[in-house]
Design a protein around this ligand. Structure first.
Ligand SMILES: NC(=O)c1ccc[n+]([C@@H]2O[C@H](COP(=O)([O-])OP(=O)(O)OC[C@H]3O[C@@H](n4cnc5c(N)ncnc54)[C@H](O)[C@@H]3O)[C@@H](O)[C@H]2O)c1
Length: 264
C-alpha cells in the first residue's frame, strides 16, 4: 500500500499508549515519522514504544499527565532533545464521562475537562510555540469526537470538552496558519478501543463478550449509515493525511470519521 511520506518527521502523540493514539503513532511510524509518546500509563507507553521499535521505528516516551503543564513541558523538551525538532503533534489523550447534566459534582466536571480540554489546550500551545520557534511549518491534530458536534443527554460534559476542542482548534489555526502550521481536529465516531470496551463493560454490567458485541452492534447500526464501528486504524489514516503535505490547505477544520453518523 502506498503511504503518505512523513520520512524523518518528528512526532509527539499524547495518549499514544492505547487505542486511537497508539494506532495513530503506529501509522505515523509506518509513514516514516519518528515518534515520542506522552501517556499517563507508563506501561502502555512502554509497550507501544517496544512495538514501534520492533517495527524499526525511532520511538521513545515520557510519562505525562496532559493536565499538568510541567509534565507537558517535559514531554516536549524530551522530544526536542531526542529529535532536535517537532513537526507533528497529535493530542489524543483523554477519556469519557458518562453522567447526566444535573447529577455530576462540579469538581468531577473540572477534573474531566482538565484532561480532555485543558490537556489539549496545553498541547496545542506548546506545539505552536515549538513550531514557530523553529521557523514555522508543522501539523497539529486534536482528537475531538462526534460528541463535540452537539450536546447529548448522557455525556454533557464530555460533549462540552469535545466541542471546546473544535473551537480551540479553529482559534489555534489562526495563530498557526501564517507560520505554515496546520491545526485541525478529528471527530471519531464509535471506535472499539479499551476506552470503548470499558463503556460496554459498564453498560452490560460486566457482561459476556457476546453481550458486549451485541450492544456494540446495536449502537453502531442505529447510528451510522455505514452500520459498523470505526477502527482505530481508520482514525489513524485520517490523522496521517492531516499530517501530510496533502493537507497543507486544510486549516482549522474538524473532520468527522464516523461512518456518516454526523454529517456536519
Ligand atoms: N473510542 C471512541 O469511541 C472515541 C470516540 C471519539 C473520541 N474519542 C477520543 O479519542 C481519544 C483516545 O481515546 P481511546 O478510545 O483511544 O481511549 P483509550 O483509553 O484506549 O486511550 C487513551 C489513552 O490516553 C491516556 N490518558 C488518559 N488520561 C491521560 C492523562 N491525563 N494524561 C496522559 N495520558 C492520558 C490513557 O492512559 C490511554 O493510553 C480520547 O480523547 C477520546 O475521548 C474516542
Amino acid at each position: 500500500m502506498i503511504k503518505v511520506d512523513l520520512s524523518g518527521k518528528a512526532a509527539i502523540v499524547t495518549g499514544g499508549g492505547s487505542g486511537i493514539g497508539k494506532a495513530i503513532a503506529a501509522e505515523l511510524a509506518d509513514c516514516g515519522a519518528r515518534l515520542w509518546l506522552g501517556d499517563i500509563s507508563e506501561q502502555g507507553a512502554q509497550d507501544a514504544v517496544a512495538e514501534l521499535k520492533g517495527k524499526g521505528a525511532d520511538a521513545g516516551y515520557t510519562k505525562t499527565d496532559v493536565s499538568k503543564e510541567a509534565d507537558m513541558a517535559a514531554l516536549f523538551d524530551a522530544a526536542k532533545a531526542a529529535y532536535g525538532r517537532i513537526d507533528i503533534v497529535v493530542n489524543s489523550a483523554g477519556g469519557f464521562l458518562l453522567t447526566q447534566l444535573l447529577d455530576t459534582p462540579v469538581e468531577k466536571v473540572k477534573s474531566h475537562l482538565d484532561v480532555n480540554l485543558f490537556g489539549v489546550m496545553i498541547g496545542t500551545r506548546l506545539a505552536l510555540e515549538a513550531m514557530i520557534a523553529q521557523g514555522g511549518g508543522g501539523k497539529i491534530v486534536n482528537i475531538s469526537s462526534v460528541g463535540g458536534r452537539s450536546g447529548e443527554l448522557e455525556s454533557p460534559y464530555y460533549c462540552l470538552g469535545k466541542s471546546g476542542i473544535i473551537n480551540l482548534t479553529q482559534s489555534a489555526a489562526f495563530t498557526g496558519a501564517p507560520h505554515g502550521i496546520n491545526v485541525n481536529a478529528l471527530c471519531p465516531g464509535v471506535v472499539r478501543t479499551p476506552l470503548q470496551e470499558s463503556i460496554l463493560d459498564n453498560a452490560t454490567q460486566g457482561g459476556s463478550k457476546e453481550e458486549k458485541d451485541k450492544l456494540f452492534d446495536e449502537i453502531v447500526k442505529g447510528r451510522s449509515p455505514l452500520g459498523r464501528g470505526i477502527t482505530p486504524e481508520e482514525i489513524a489514516y485520517a490523522a496521517c493525511f492531516l499530517c501530510s503535505s496533502y493537507a497543507d490547505a486544510i486549516v482549522g477544520q474538524a473532520l468527522n470519521v464516523c461512518g456518516g453518523w454526523r454529517m456536519n
